[in-house]
Every structure is written in structure tokens, then in C-alpha cells.
Write a protein that binds this ligand. Sequence first.
Ligand SMILES: [Zn+2]
Ligand SMILES: [Zn+2]
Length: 330
Amino acid sequence: MLAMVLDRPGTPLVPRQVPVPRPGPRQVLLRVEACGVCRTDLHIVDGELASSRLPLVPGHEIVGVVAAAGAEAIFSLGERLGVPWLASTCGSCRFCRSGRENLCGRALYTGYTVDGGYAQYAVADGRYVFRLPPADEAASLAPLLCAGLIGYRTYRLAGEAVEHLGIYGFGAAAHIIAQVAVHQGKKVYAFTRPGDHAAQAFAGRLGCVWAGGSDTLPPHRLDAALIFAPVGNLVVAALAATDKGGTVVCGGIHMSDIPSFPYSLLWEERSLRSVANLTRRDGLELLALAPEVPVRTEVTTFPLVQANEALARLREGRIDGAVVLLPSAG
Ligand SMILES: [Zn+2]
Ligand SMILES: [Zn+2]
């Protein structure tokens, strides 16, 4: 099969013919229909996150159909499944036993510590995959599997009592979560790069009540702010825009250093927290909620062999919505 392989961080992915992986007893082999390109992939390819596995096939937003299943996997041939970032956990540590498998120290991660979906086929542990609707377009489902799931966890951890919600960094995660939040009656304020009028117009089309540059204050103080851009300065900006008792949640796996700031920005019981990974519960909740909204993802697709071009587009940040690779195209 064709796979796009990372040999060394900081170098482009290399198209390579490799053997189709064989599923273990608990695994499924998927023929990949689509694989989303996530900002975390950029952090891995660029070497901002150290990878323990090289060569590596990146990609952790996999939509595929079952081509083979191990003896203990419960899926039938042809079923459509989604594979998220969380590839497996130990199931026995104190985090796994307390509903926090996202913090498991022995977890494996798709497209990071195990091979992912920048390929024609991928294997996944059948206990950590999700069933996906067979009729939807594969490319439109892929962004739900990380941008959607991690975005949803970030949104969930902001708490229930949120009326005015700010979202900093209006990319793949934001465009999904804004739709969910608007559906749930929140007033959503979108913060983009200063002067990015295209992204601000995009946010307006998704139902945000206000959109502006991240260097400006919104017309109403925020009850909570979600940060999806990997920019430490935004933590300070978000705290400054957040009302007493409000929460700022950082949704990314990597961020530039946070500058020092006066205690008064945190005082009055503001909270600052981060999100790490996802739990299967997050996935089941979002995938049940998405058709109710209904979430419509905006995707730009590339053939698999153009993965480097797709990553470059994401790195430039000039793209509305999500980037998705299609192994069958090109
Ligand atoms: Zn564990
Ligand atoms: Zn991701």
C-alpha cells in the first residue's frame, strides 16, 4: 500500500510502498476512506513534539471501512469506523479506573506512537474506535475525530453555566464547536488573527454573534474562553476578556510560552486549565450530538500523495475549516 512516512522530524513526508498491516486479535484493518490533517500532525512533523516512533505514518482522524478483523474484534466487514487520537490505554491505572483514560501514562496515540491514517490501510484497536454513519461523506466526518472530539472536551470543561463563550483561533476545532455552542443557545464570540476578515466572515456564517481580532476585546465579557491556537499570548488576552468566575480552557497539545501577566487577570476566581487527549465518552457524546445540530464541516481535500502540501496549507493558517486527505484521489 501507499503510505506517507515521516523518517525524521523537520523533513517532508515521503511517499512509500509498505506492506498492508495485519490486524492483531483485538484490532481491525481499515481501508482508509479519508484522514483529517490536524495541527498536532504539524507539531509532530515539525519536531515540536518528540516522537518515540520513527519511521512513522501520521494521521489520527481516520474514517475507514473494515477490511479484516481480528478474532476478538466485534465488527463486520464493510462497517464504517472512525479512529481517534487515543489509540489505547492500560485500563488499570488510577486514571483509567476513574473515568480519566485521557491521562493514562501508558496510552498509545494514533499517528504518533502507533502508525496512523496517512495511508491506504490502517489498523486500530477495536475497543477505541467509533461507529460512523455510512451515508455521510467520509471527508466531512474526518474532522470530527480530533478537531471535533478534542474541541468538544475543551468546550465541555468550560462548564455548563456559560452564556457568552469566546473562541480563540478559528480553525477546524472552532468551526465545529461554534456550531455545537450556537445550537445549545450560547452566544459565541470568535477571535481570529488580527485583520483576518475571511475567517471573521466565516465565523459569522456559522452563527457567531461577534467576530474580531484576538487583540481586541469583545462587546460583552466572556463567561468562558476556549483557545485552539498554539499561541501563549492568547491566554493573557482571553483572561483579560473573561468575567469574574470565568474559565479559560487551552485545547491544544502544544503552545508557545505564556508571557507573565498581572495577578489581577486571574483573580476574582477565574480558572485557567488545559485539555489533554480525549476519552471514549467524549467521542460517543460528540458523535451523538453532531447529527442533532447538525454539524456541517467545511473541508478542503487533498490526495494522499499531497500530504506535504496539505500540511503546508495548515501551517500557513489561511484555510477555513479543516484539511482532509483522500487515499483514493489522485
Ligand atoms: Zn491507564
Ligand atoms: Zn488532532
